[in-house]
Design a protein around this ligand. Sequence first.
Ligand code: NDP
Length: 412
Amino acid sequence: MGKVLMIGAGGVATVAAFKIVQNQDVFTEFMIASRRKEKCDALVKAIHDKGYKADIKTAQVDADDVEQLKALFNDFKPELVINLALPYQDLTIMDACLACGCNYLDTANYEPKDEAHFEYSWQWAYKDKFEKAGLTAILGCGFDPGVSQAYTAYAAKHHFDEIHYLDIVDCNAGNHHKAFATNFNPEINIREITQKGLYYENGKWIETEPLAVHQDLTYPNIGPRDSYLMHHEELESLVKNYPTIKRARFWMTFGKQYLTYLDCIQNLGMSRIDEIEYEAPLADGSGKTAKVKIVPLQFLKAVLPNPQDLGENYDGETSIGCRIRGIKDGKEQTYYIYNNCKHQDAYNETGMQGVSYTTGVPAMAGAMMFFKGLWRKPGVWNVEDFDPDPFLEVLNKQGLPWHEEFGGDLEL
Ligand code: NDP
């Protein structure tokens, strides 16, 4: 039924690949392509070593290069391309999809390399082109963005006449036993966290200093954790799609040690994303040096632990959900919908930790919605533009069950 090409072979892609292989009734042909073919081959080996039988093709591609992508797409002819590379590659992959008649799905909004800027305008600008080509593009189909929007859409569909207050709450109460590590690509993660905070209130966007607003929030099965207000991309589409929203915010937990390290990294200039000159030894062993340009944050990524290697000793769990206040049948209603995911369960199934798992499973589930014809309409769409019911049903069966609480104290 479905011919799918996945780009990327990192933590999230590994989980998505396991899930695709577990659902071969839907995904009948599967190729993995990434910057380094050997990583794709290692992923296929890991899948076979776990006992799964699947014929998976692999290929090398530089996803910054539209011509390389077009050659690959014309050769394999996928119906859907799942982009699990980095946000920098979103537009080149969308361009190649348009040129070759492929549909598109990703998990993070486009970011230019030289500017940490989180908004959908670049990708929404492709709406007409995808519409005219009769192709579907599904944006931000990880957990947050992704499931957070499906949760909101589900609440709006079943439990509210009007949503007034929305707080997306993201807690990682796991411990990987490293002094400092990020849970997904360090470069992308540190760019995101060091940005100014932003939230929506009464029709306006309000900026805060980075991580300046925080409070304890209590997470199910975890307890209270200090939670920090951050800008997160899905707020942009949610307040457009649900105009009754008076306030929308995003919160993420960070431990004291993590923040101390982050502070040092910033003060040392290691989170810079501009190029600096560095006097580096020549590779010819002559002992001579030459000036090279490096981006400090990219260098830092090279020395930090690889998020893909954190799984084995990761204990604890994540808890991500939406806390919503609004009106149903003329009465005030409070509602909390969430998933908890244990890092060790994710590791045992896929070899990856919970943050990769909670992103890779929804990516597969969104792709499944596409192939089943349930999330297929020409244009460029965010997750809440589609029916949340079949998607949430799939998450229940594929390792990310969700829970609901009505009438509780939302703390916010
Ligand atoms: P990784 O860095 O582990 O994986 C990225 C993969 O893309 C790597 O295999 C990398 O190759 C490959 N890649 C990078 N550049 C290129 C290129 N130019 N051409 C081809 N392949 C390339 O990242 P994660 O798996 O942690 O994250 C993947 C995506 O998921 C990111 O966009 C991230 O922002 C998003 N994400 C979304 C979340 C959500 O909830 N919505 C949460 C977490 C992440 P190599 O292995 O050689 O480096």
